[in-house]
Design a protein. Sequence first.
Length: 125
Amino acid sequence: MYVGAPDSVRDYMYVDDHVNAYLLVIKSAKATGQVYNAGTGVGISNRKLAKMIAERIGYNRKRIKFGQYPPGYPYRPSISDQPSIVLDATKIRKALNWSPKIQLSEGINKVISYFQEQMPKQKRR
């Protein structure tokens, strides 16, 4: 597993929360012409997230290549990797009473469970 920008901090959010924010905005007349950030306001480094996922699926963390991209991955200047992207969702919270419902830990568990159910049993490790 490769983690190209391990120290970058991101505001990861469960997909259902993201979609629900979009649906709320689409259905709200108050939202016409407005711009909203939908996020948790909580950042986590890619390094910490990768280690968390590896632990939950039983992946050997020593096999994670931090600071490297896979062979053949298009060149990406490090200047384009913003050190921190954490969103301020105050506007959508106040205007439309939206907030994320799924914590990162729960969302990771849901995603892992989904993919485990999709994998044929003989291919699971």
